[in-house]
Design a protein around this ligand. Structure first.
Ligand code: LRH
Ligand code: MN
Ligand code: MN
Length: 431
């Protein structure tokens, strides 16, 4: 039996010092919300049931294309990554699943990996394929593309890799495959746009044919990078066209960093919900491009506006609405465990705030074209400090009231620093 990575007694001791404050603050917030006709227990139950998946690649220090500055105790393999994910979940209780990336997370015994995850109380979210870099020993290179390559042999290799990801995912209990390809071109004239898209459909159709009936496939679009002139699945339009052509199991995944600056992402989210094509999210934040900064660290209101659409859809009972929530971040200057704990809390906080929007009043304001009243309703929810609610939810779940302080007090990083020798490079860097 695997013991949890953080001593539960330490969590209990740390919480004991804060418990009285949490109780008082929660009670006070409850009173404030009651004045708005909001039952705090209802919000707390919804927040407690909410989870966001951790990207396995996020627990290692990322890097840029200029340099990577590894931290102490970097995970050496998928088992180490799982252990770090277990720390994040034990302290925050907001991240019950892990999203793996193949081949970065390949191992020799997936039933052992599944058992280890179970022992930590973790499950597996979507599998991510990788045809944006070459694997050692593979016969064809992805330098000029993968699923859309002009060469049939290269496309077949990329299709086979995705099918292998499904097979691994089946062994782990995953139920989705996320496909992001960097395929595109760097020069005007380099690629025949329509033919490349047709080749994408032809390849992805073969992957869909290998999907189990209860699986979904998530198509992740991205405006550019590594291809900087054109990208085959560059926006939600191309993603939607492909997902529609590929059938009901295929939906569009929104990575918040994958759009042109100033694009109205919440509007895209609303369109995809309406079309029953919203697969889910890769949460992160950005200032310029696919920066992979911590969720809500730059534009928390933008994240709130996305959640406002999600909560509205759930509130209205939109049929088939079932988005998958994942983080996708690169941590270069922080301890990745701390960043992921904080980002998961930020996502949870934003969800809680969006749950506070007075939907009936918003409907009425919209109907009456009262723009100021409508926007103030959103601001009022966003500006509510729900920290006591998040702390109470964690306290009840046996997690840490102050997860980062408890993490630091645990000495986990120093412990794994001693057990895991430093390595120079490795998968999971920024992409
Ligand atoms: C591409 C991306 C995609 C990859 C991950 C590592 O930029 O967002 O989700 O799988 O980064
Ligand atoms: Mn992503
Ligand atoms: Mn990305």
């Amino acid at each position: 039996m695997t013991s949890l990575p953080i001593d539960p007694q330490l969590i209990a001791d740390q919480n004991a010092r804060l418990e009285r404050h949490v109780r008082n603050d929660y009670e006070h917030l409850g009173e404030q919300l009651a004045r708005r006709d909001v039952d705090i227990e209802r919000i707390a139950a919804q927040v407690a049931a909410f989870g966001v998946a951790i990207p396995s690649w996020g627990v290692g220090t990322g890097g840029t294309r200029f340099a990577r500055f590894p931290g102490a105790g970097e995970p050496r393999d998928v088992f180490d990554k799982l252990q770090d994910c277990a720390v994040i979940h034990q302290l925050g209780r907001a991240t019950p699943t892990v999203s793996l990336h193949i081949p970065w997370d390949k191992c020799s015994d997936y039933s052992e990996l599944r058992g280890q995850a179970q022992a930590y109380g973790l499950g597996f979210d979507a599998m991510n394929s990788n045809t944006f870099s070459d694997q050692a020993g593979q016969p064809h290179s992805y330098k000029f593309g993968s699923l859309t390559h002009t060469d049939a042999g290269t496309r077949a290799q990329a299709v086979a890799h995705n099918i292998e990801c499904i097979e691994i995912g089946k062994a782990l209990g995953s139920q989705a495959l996320t496909v992001w390809v960097g395929d595109g071109s760097n020069f005007p004239g380099q690629q025949h746009f329509r033919r490349a898209f047709d080749r994408y459909l032809d390849s992805t159709r073969q992957i869909v044919a290998a999907l189990p009936a209860d699986w979904r496939m998530f198509l992740e679009h991205k405006i550019c990078e590594p291809a900087f002139y054109s990208t085959v699945i560059q926006d939600w339009g191309s993603s939607y066209l492909a997902a529609t052509a590929l059938g009901p199991q295929v939906q569009c995944l929104v990575d918040l960093g994958h759009h042109a600056p100033n694009v109205n992402i919440e509007l895209i989210v609303a369109r995809l919900i309406a079309a029953n094509k919203l697969a889910g999210f890769h949460f992160n934040d950005s200032k310029y491009g696919d920066d992979d900064l911590d969720a809500g660290s730059v534009s928390p209101y933008r994240l709130f506006l996305v959640f406002n659409e999600l909560v509205a859809a759930a509130h209205e009972g939109v049929a088939g609405f079932n988005p998958a929530y994942m983080l996708d971040q690169s941590h270069n200057v922080t301890d990745p465990i701390e960043s992921l704990i904080d980002s998961a809390e930020q996502v949870q906080r934003t969800y809680a705030q969006a749950l506070l929007v007075d939907r009936a009043a918003l409907d009425a304001a919209q109907q009456a074209n009262d723009a100021l009243a409508a926007t103030k309703l959103l601001k009022r929810a966003f500006q509510t400090d729900v920290q006591p609610l998040l702390q109470q939810v964690r306290l009840r779940a046996g997690a840490a009231v102050d997860p980062i302080a408890t993490y630091r007090a645990s000495g986990y990083r120093a412990r794994v620093g001693a057990a895991r020798p430093a390595r120079a490079g490795g998968g999971g860097g920024i992409v």
